[in-house]
Design a protein around this ligand. Structure first.
Ligand code: 2M8
Length: 440
């Protein structure tokens, strides 16, 4: 029933034009979640996928940034912290949003949506918005070396990765107090960031907000996952431009340039590292973010080989669904948020990067991810060893990316009991007006 259950999760998290990551824990629209959700929805309802992306880009700012949260005005303020009252930001559309961004995986989502059901009108609508998203990053966040930085751990998507422990030492959290976390209402404290982490997050977000969302504060880091997403977006924009009869070359050049810059400045010791812009130092950590440049089509073969060796050795991908942090480190925690558990989106990115290079390992990784879901459901993250689920339940991108993986990989690697596929989800009927207010 894995496929039917995945669709059930996505349908129950659907909000009319977009999907919430989780009803209780994340009751608004999140930027990179929507991209992953679109990739899964494209497999059974391309109309929902188009609506998901267009509704998100409907809240794009005039400077091109795509905010990491678009608040749903129908959800009571205070259901999530920090809410719209904290961010005090509005898109030109009038939507209340946050003011930070997340990894730009949206061009890939738009392209996969188009491949599932070719629709050049959709591509024509979304292409300039995707280009503006990249331009914002180049204008506001690019270093002289050509790398893009994030100014808040929330922008990396891997919020409390041990990779941020050191850069966060520069952040004094004295001023941030008097707030009430809402995440602990539904998830146990030992699976979430600590109060100290939160105090630092709020300190940084407050400073960025008070600068009018312009000045990076005490945290400025070039993250390999974010840069890989940015580079892949350029390769994908080249494909979209070709399809639309536009000039693809600037995108190809930019994709090549970012790949080279990453290899030159972030590749170190078997893994890509984040670089702390303020000190110039590489973080010397062991985050799975360091494997995600495998998704870059132009990554040199020798670099890819080193990453694959690291994935096998330190991340044990022959036996485990990819841990978010290497298990051979003292920081590794199999149950706490981004400090070790397996997450389906990062596994999916690495799976994409392995498919052409090492189809055997890609298949093994897909089987491990599917086994975790068969055992524990569409949880937010999983203990890589026991496959026990953690964080929230019925988490949208877990469901969506499983749909995508199964569509390509099948269910044959699972034990017979996990295989009752329910292939009929591919033909589930849908009302015609699904997502109309984002699509018209
Ligand atoms: C988590 O982040 C939010 C803040 O953005 C939170 O903890 O409240 C992260 O896992 C992030 O990557 C994800 O986009 C978001 C919603 O699923 O939740």
């Amino acid at each position: 029933m894995i496929l039917r259950d995945a669709v059930r999760v996505l349908v129950s998290n659907w909000d009319g034009a977009h999907t919430v990551p989780s009803r209780r824990l994340y009751p608004h629209q999140w930027s990179w979640d929507s991209a992953f959700i679109a990739i899964g929805n494209a497999r059974w309802s391309p109309r929902r996928a188009r609506s998901e992306l267009l509704s998100l880009f409907g809240a794009q700012w005039a400077d091109g940034r795509v905010p990491h949260i678009v608040f749903n005005p129908r959800v009571p303020a205070g259901s999530y912290f920090p809410d719209q009252g904290f961010w005090q930001a509005k898109a030109p559309s009038g939507a209340e949003t946050s003011g930070i961004v997340q990894p730009p995986v949206h061009a890939l989502a738009a392209w996969k949506t188009h491949l599932a059901e070719p629709d050049t009108a959709f591509l024509r609508r979304i292409y300039p918005r995707l280009v503006a998203q990249q331009e914002f990053l180049r204008r506001d966040r690019r270093s002289p070396e050509g790398l893009i930085s994030v100014v808040h751990p929330w922008e990396s998507g891997m919020d409390n990765s041990p990779a941020w422990d050191r850069p966060l030492r520069a952040v004094q959290a004295g001023g941030a107090s008097g707030f009430t976390r809402r995440d602990l209402d539904s998830v146990s404290a030992d699976e979430r960031p600590t109060d100290r982490d939160y105090a630092q997050y709020i300190e940084l977000a407050t400073a960025y907000r008070d600068s009018g969302y312009t000045d990076p504060g005490a945290f400025e880091v070039e993250d390999p996952l974010f840069n890989a997403a940015y580079g892949l977006a350029e390769s994908t924009l080249a494909k979209i431009a070709n399809t639309l009869g536009l000039d693809a070359e600037p995108h190809e050049r930019e994709a090549e340039a970012i790949t080279l810059a990453m290899v030159e400045h972030l590749f170190d010791g078997g893994l890509f590292q984040a670089r702390d812009v303020r000190t110039g130092e590489l973080t010397d950590t062991a985050s799975a973010a360091g494997l995600t440049p495998l998704i870059l089509p132009g990554l040199p073969a020798d670099v890819a080989e080193v990453l694959i060796a690291t994935a096998l050795d330190r991340f044990q991908i022959k036996d485990l669904p990819l841990p978010s942090y290497a298990p051979d480190t003292p920081e590794f925690d199999p149950a706490r948020y981004w400090r070790g558990p397996s997450w389906i989106n990062v596994s999916w990115i690495v799976w994409q990067g392995l498919k052409d290079r090492r189809p055997d390992l890609a298949a093994t990784l897909a089987d491990s991810v599917l086994s975790a879901v068969v055992k524990s459901g569409f949880r937010e993250y999983f203990d890589p060893y026991t496959l026990r689920g953690h964080g929230c339940r019925d988490f949208s991108w877990s469901a969506a990316l499983v749909l995508d993986m199964v569509a390509e990989h099948g269910l044959h690697g699972l034990k017979p009991s996990g295989r009752e596929a329910g292939q009929e989800v591919w033909s589930i009927g849908e009302p015609h007006q699904i997502g109309d207010h984002a699509l018209t």
